[in-house]
Design a protein around this ligand. Sequence first.
Ligand code: GLN
Length: 537
Amino acid sequence: MPDSKTKYIFVTGGVTSSLGKGIISASLAKLLQSRGYSVTIQKLDPYINVDPGTLNPYEHGECYVTEDGAETDLDLGHYERFLDRKTSQANNVTTGRIYQHVINKEREGAYLGKTVQVIPHITDEIKRRIRILGKTGDYDFVITEIGGTVGDIESLPYIEAVRQLKWDPEVDSLVIHLTLVPYLSTSGELKTKPTQHSVKQLQESGVQADILVLRTEQSISEDIKRKVALFCNISEDAVIESANAETIYDVPLLMQKERLDEVVLNKFKLASASEPDIQEWKNFLERLKNPKQKLRIGLVGKYIELKDSYLSINESIIHAGVHNDTEVEVEWIHSESLTEENVSNHLASLDGLIVAPGFGERGIEGKIAAVKYAREHDLPFLGICLGMQCAVIEYARNVLNFAEAHTTEIKADAKEPVIFLMEDQKTVTEKGGTMRLGAYECKLAEGSIAKAAYGEDLITERHRHRFEFNNKYLEAFEAAGMKATGLNPSGGMVEIVENTNHPWFVGVQFHPEYSSTVLNPHPLFMEFIQAINKQKQ
Ligand code: GLN
């Protein structure tokens, strides 16, 4: 008998990567949640990095930060945005972390002289991590997405752990396998062979998929579904089509149409008492597709070739746009291409500007030039983390006339270090997981834009940085009109600055983009869009 009510759903992928396992997992979770079940999603990443925090965004897209300060895969952002439920360290596990744990235990002598091996020690640790969330008793379903593609060397221990769990009498589980059905335009046919091979490969590892989700660019006929079912050892109703969607937010409804949630409930022999209550989600989509107004904002960053690097910011803009019936077109601007001379060519036609987070020197002067333009032209401005730090540097240089103002991240011996290393970062030598990470409180000043946006005195927001505003300069800034309107209540760190000589100019040391969701857009992004709409009228 299963030891808890929790059901486990494993999501694997075959044929190719980038099929959208994260979105399928989040969509299924949404449907189950809207039937009243409590659901969480976990991502297992087969790479050796202990977490993605040290990965270049070009490699892996944005690093998403949870409230408890874990640097995680960007799929966790989708999970939170779809489910409106917080994730944590337990929701993202990498091979690096698994091995680190096992090796540390070995050094402590915990294995009592035994030879430490992939099976059972690594697979046991994987299974333990999978079951941590289930054992909290908080969830009816834990959906575990296994990164990578079946057949990869790195994925093997994970697939083996899934195989073992499928035989574990304490665990009630099923496997959803996601594959690609390519369309050959020369013969005008959809081809199922790659799917058959992929399912077979999974079988060779001892795992039989229970449900197949077929990614396709063309509609899949009932005939093809029947064929796939027959060849892949799967019941016909469990072959699900996943066609291209206009937006990722359509996918839950597409999956509902394909009855993915019903098939899952049937496989677990759970009677579905009620239909999913997904009206609010539908309303969101309705508004997304029928905007009443349009505006354009610029996003200045240094990774703009890869939009995934700023995924959460982009999604936050969409959420806030939809909740204001506004279509927001984002102009992606490379910070390295900006100079004081050409900045107006890039920004003059925009209605608002966001300067993105980041690390290191590349492109920083372009970001500062963009801030200057926004400040001088009353362009609504939101600076996030490094973007806020750039706003501070720009103000120091051009308003306070500290020509040599800089952040010590880039100029260690800056004459006017208006942004400098945080006290508790000074002794840190390791790179991974050593920043100021996760949720911290922030007290908002009366009469500020921030206070109006949040409507509260005390907020919590997630952080990921090493450097901060140098309070030695605070008086000078405030006297010149740049106010610290959000402060950390215990340490006095400046978390928000606002330029009071400007209609809407806000810089935040934290990352508001991590906590915007489909149904709960972030107050700062909301206020930003509203300010722009107002200015446009
Ligand atoms: N590099 C800056 C710091 O570490 C900003 C970090 C960020 O934008 N996330 O403080």
